[in-house]
Structures are given as C-alpha cells and as structure tokens.
Design a protein around this ligand. Structure first.
Ligand SMILES: *Cc1c(COP(=O)(O)O)cnc(C)c1O
Length: 378
C-alpha cells in the first residue's frame, strides 16, 4: 500500500463544497491510526509507561542505526537536549559562541544554563554561523561553540572543529533541523562533541514532543545518561540530575513514524522541487554545499525587502495561506539580553526571509497557487 492510500484510510472523505482549508507552513505527519494503536496495545500489555521502557529502547536502536551514530539518547524535547548537552560537558557559566539566526530555544537554553550567548554573525550563502568570524569573539571565558545547521544546511563543520581544537573548546550542534541530512555521506547529527535534535510535532520526523542527544565520547554519554534521569542508579546518587525521560506513548509515535521516514523525505523533496521549478530565478534561496544531501525540512525564500515580504504575506493570507517569518527577529536583538551585539547579516536576512508551506500531502495545485500569488504580488 502506498503512503498516500494508507493515509487516506485514516481520513474522512472531504466533500467538494467544503471551504478551502487553511494552509500553514507545516502540518504534522500522522501515521495510520491502526499502526499507532498496535503499538499502544503493546504498552498496555507491558504495563510500563515510561522510565526507559521497551518501546523507547527500540526507537533508540532504530534511530541510531538509521543515522549510523552511537550514544543516542532519546529525551523529552530539543530544548532540554541542549541543556543536557551543556550540563554533560560540565559547562557552567562562561561564554558560548552561537548564531543569532535560529529558533529562540538555542539562545534560551544557553541563558537557562547561566551562560552568556556571544553572537557571531551568519554567512550570506546558507545562513549558518560565519566560521571566519568566530576566532575574533573568543575570550578566556569562552567554553563552547554552539552553531545551528539551520534549515538542514550544514555549518562549516571542519573549520569549526579546527577552531575548537586550537582553543580547547567544546562544540555542540543544535541539529534540530538536520535529521536525515547527510554531509559527505555521514549524518549531520554525527558532528561535534554533542549534537542535539528535536522531534517536535512540527519537525520532519516527530514523536509529538521529543528530542535527542548524540554524544561523541562514551564517558560524556554515560554522564548524560545519568543526568537525564535524576543523576542516580538505584540507591547510588552521583550528581544533580533532571527528568528528561521520554514516555512510551511518545516512543510509540516515533516507532510508527519511523517506517515512513524515507517516504516523508521523498514527498517533501517532490514538493521542494516543484517550488524550485516554479520559482526559479525569482527569489533568493540558501546555497547548498555540494557535499550535502538535503532533508527538505524547510523551504526558505529571501525577499528583496521586508516590505516585499509583507506584501506577499498579505496576498497569501487573503487566500488562506499562512507562510511563516522564520527566523524573526534575529536573536541578538532579543529584548531581555543584557548586552547588544550587532549582527548585520542576520538582522538583514531575518527581516526578509520566510518559509513556504512544506509538508507531506501538500497538493500540487496549492503549491502552484502559492507560486502564482507570489509572482503576481512581487
Ligand atoms: C524546534 C527547535 C528547537 C527546540 O526543540 P523543541 O523540541 O521544540 O524543544 C531548538 N532549536 C531549533 C533550531 C529548533 O528549530
């Protein structure tokens, strides 16, 4: 049975008189209900609802095999994954070099761990941190570099590792967008001391809520494993921990979605390529490295000005289509930061960039409509 047929069996048939449904930037993938229910039945039979249960273990095995990575920890969300990463690497206080062009959770987790985010501007090709500007921001207080593979585009992982080695810094990648992307044939989640991922409902692969840490060193991995479940083994207490354990019900959603990963990526690729063909030469797009195999997690486009972006949004909104300004604002401009660090490239791009709707099941005619509206309102 094809994915499309499979999904249709879980939907009511829509009457043709129904008003046009609202199209948002994304729509969560839902596996066939029957597949999810079978897994839920297993939980009822096992009687174990959480605490590293059998479904969670199975999901961890499936995902680490799929990504070809070791020391894979499935946790409650992508934000806590970042916090665990900082804790497991013993980074308390100090400066963290990071990107201003990301979701607020990247900066938020640094602040939450009582560290200071030091923003380095992004490069103009793919909007990841500009590795050539990192060294000038390093001080004796710098502890780590925390870049983001934004929209699934690869950071300059080689250059960043060189700098980290030279200054004895840790590297944590916020790889929330990088699931399924390959760089030089390796998962983008395999770089840095720790890579973190998010399996939130809006992400490419989701478990409703969820996240992961992928840890290079076995020793750090052991520490992270303790920290994520209160810092103890039975009656032996080792360190301050937190509760980042994920439930069996979330793991069940992950296992159900797991069998569709390749289909999900393929379908998104088809939609992306349709956008490419309809918008070619019309809007600026991030540049993909030759060595990168995309995951088609997002479809970002850059307008000439904020005014142009807002005009296009107005027209699309009138037609029940809601793209998203992503990412806006540039995180160096968050109002609650103590110090303002200027990042002109990120500030400029943030004003002009948006993500167009991209999800499994997005109809071709809607993509055509979106592109027509964009072209007409430019
Ligand atoms: C979604 C996201 C996060 C946070 O993940 P949650 O699972 O929602 O906590 C962190 N960083 C980036 C770049 C994200 O897009």
């Amino acid at each position: 049975m094809s994915l499309k047929q499979d999904l249709n069996t879980t939907k009511c048939t829509a009457s043709t008189e129904m008003p046009e449904e609202k199209i948002f930037v994304t729509k969560s993938f839902l596996p066939p209900l029957s597949v999810y229910c079978k897994l839920i039945e297993q939980i009822y039979q096992n009687g174990q609802l959480t605490n590293q249960g059998p479904l969670l273990k199975q999901l961890e095995t499936n995902l680490s095999n799929f990504l070809e990575v070791k020391n894979f920890h499935y946790v409650t969300n992508g934000t806590i994954a970042l916090q665990l990463a900082l804790k497991a690497l013993n980074i308390e206080e100090g400066e963290i070099i990071t990107t201003p062009f990301s979701y607020v959770a990247t900066t938020g987790s640094i602040l939450w761990e009582r560290c200071k985010p030091v923003f380095v501007d992004i490069e103009t090709e793919n909007f990841t941190i500009d590795a050539n500007k990192i060294e000038e921001k390093i001080t004796p207080k710098t502890r780590a570099i925390l870049p983001v593979h934004v929209f699934g585009y690869a950071c300059d992982v080689e250059r960043i590792q060189e700098i980290a080695d030279k200054y004895h810094l840790k590297v944590i990648y916020d790889a929330a967008h990088a699931f399924g992307a390959l760089y030089k044939g390796k998962s983008l989640l395999s770089f840095g001391d720790i890579s973190t991922c998010s399996f939130h409902a809006t992400k490419l692969f989701h478990t409703i809520e969820g996240g992961a840490c992928i840890v290079k060193s076995d020793e750090v991995s052991k520490r992270l494993d303790l920290i994520k479940r209160f810092g103890h083994n039975g009656n032996e207490h080792y360190c301050t921990g937190i509760n980042a354990k994920q439930s069996e019900f979330n793991a069940a959603m992950g296992l159900a979605n797991f069998s569709y990963i390749n289909t999900i990526i393929k379908e998104r690729q088809a939609v992306s390529e349709l956008y490419d063909s309809l918008l070619s030469g019309i809007l600026q797009r991030p540049k993909k490295q030759k060595e990168l195999s995309c995951n088609y997690a997002y479809y970002p486009v850059v307008f000439e000005s904020e005014k142009q972006l807002l005009n296009v949004f107005d027209e699309l909104n009138k037609n029940n289509i809601f793209p998203r300004r992503y990412f806006y604002p540039s995180l160096n401009n968050l109002p609650y930061l103590k110090e303002h660090i200027s990042c002109p490239v990120s500030e400029d791009i943030s004003l002009r960039i948006a993500c167009l709707p991209l999800f499994v099941g997005l109809e071709e005619r809607i993509v055509q409509k979106i592109c027509t509206i964009i072209k007409e309102s430019l």
